[in-house]
Design a protein around this ligand. Structure first.
Ligand SMILES: [Zn+2]
Length: 301
């Protein structure tokens, strides 16, 4: 998996940074996660081909997470896109986008398929043979979901020494990779675990923005390889976090620790802060493996 941060600040504009947007490249997909203003330019800057984007996941309808979408949809049209575009977003976004297209008489030539989200419990919203995506219900001022991206476990690996020792016909290799028991040349059934090894562990990524501290997400994101958790404020401004239903860096770290994740990436910083070192320092007291997101930064895992 490769995660590219296109924008990682909240609310108002700031020079050299953008509101929330990320690209996750996973198993030949290019998933766009949130689409704040500036997303198109950042896609260009990071050399991500527009035509690769076929699925867009929007956490909620606050502007710093979706005001770039109408422009991107329009650009896809100008670029004569033909491929379907799937948008997974809270109910309401379809109405906003449709109204915009109607009043400007600029319907798309490609199919725009909205998957409207309303559930307040985690649900599977995308699945193919290699990847699945689940919602992570968050606690924000309006209906908001994070997203959990998981690779599916691959096929079992053949243990060639064991297979040759047990004298297994090549015709059974396919069945072995799929986990089945197979006969040897004398007709004795051999247990799959003797002839194969576990597949490479599957990777997972959880995106959680925006949210107040919410312990209910812990079981959903348990042991993910990488967690992006918003940290709009640092501890001294906790009084601002509560009414706006945002988190502090310390709260994000508490979630990372309790969920036993591999790495925590912080982001969605309030534009009131000039430096970000305090965010990292505050979180590291609780959880050791912390990184700061910055526009254009890439994470491979
Ligand atoms: Zn918000």
């Amino acid at each position: 998996m490769k995660l590219t941060i296109l924008g990682c600040y909240s609310a108002t504009p700031k020079i050299n940074t953008n509101p929330t947007a990320q690209v996750l490249e996973i198993k030949n997909h290019t998933f766009l996660i949130d689409c704040g203003e500036g997303t198109q330019v950042e896609l260009r800057r990071n050399k991500i081909k527009f035509s690769r984007v076929k699925h867009i996941f929007i956490s909620h309808l606050h502007g710093d997470h979706c005001f770039g979408l109408a422009g991107l949809i329009s650009t896809f049209n100008l670029l004569t896109r033909e491929a379907d575009l799937h948008i997974y977003a809270p109910k309401g976004l379809k109405e906003v986008i449709t109204m915009q297209m109607k009043l400007s008489n600029s319907w798309t030539n490609y199919q725009l398929i909205f998957h409207e989200l309303t559930s307040t419990s985690s649900e599977l919203i995308y699945e193919d043979d290699k990847v699945e995506v689940h919602t992570i219900p968050l606690d924000h001022r309006i209906y908001t979901n994070g997203f959990l991206f998981k690779e599916k476990l691959g096929e079992r690996k053949l243990d060639m020494n064991a297979i040759l020792n047990a004298d297994i016909d090549m015709a059974y290799y396919r069945k072995l990779k799929q986990g089945g028991d197979v006969p040897d040349n004398q007709g004795n059934m051999i247990d799959n675990s003797i002839l194969t090894k576990d597949p490479k562990p599957s990777k997972s990524y959880a995106f959680c923005s925006d949210t107040a501290y919410s312990a209910s997400i812990i079981p959903i994101i348990k042991e993910v390889d990488v967690l992006y958790h918003e940290s709009t404020f640092i501890e001294k401004n906790e009084a601002l976090a509560k009414p706006t239903k945002h988190s502090t860096a310390k709260q994000a770290a508490k979630i990372a620790k309790k969920a036993n994740v591999g790495k925590l990436i912080l982001g969605h910083y309030s534009t009131r802060y000039d430096g970000l070192n305090e965010f990292k320092a505050e979180a590291e007291v609780i959880f050791p493996n912390v990184e700061l997101s910055r526009d254009g930064k890439k994470f491979e895992f």
